[in-house]
Design a protein. Structure first.
Length: 87
């Protein structure tokens, strides 16, 4: 059971990271109203918005996706370590 939870946490983290990277790449090519980009934004934006509110603006650069990826990886590492200690 613990192995399944570890696999689930790892898979969820990888999917979220891929969605963040996809959103960054698609933001250069697609309108925010495109159905694909809109669907990704509905998933990522609620997680990304609080980070954008905390980080200061650095010109035209947005570092919030990098911070989100690092936070997802940190959460994944901590959750997997916790699950391994329980199992």
């Amino acid at each position: 059971m613990v192995d399944f939870l570890i696999l689930f946490v790892s898979l969820l983290a990888r999917i979220l990271i891929l969605l963040v990277v996809a959103e960054v790449i698609l933001s250069y090519f697609m309108s925010p109203y495109h159905p694909v980009r809109s669907a990704i934004l509905k998933i990522i934006d609620p997680i990304l918005s609080p980070i954008r509110n905390v980080l200061p603006n650095v010109g035209m650069l947005d570092f919030s996706p990098i911070v989100l990826i690092l936070l997802i990886q940190l959460a994944e590492t901590l959750l997997i370590a916790l699950l391994r200690s329980l199992g």
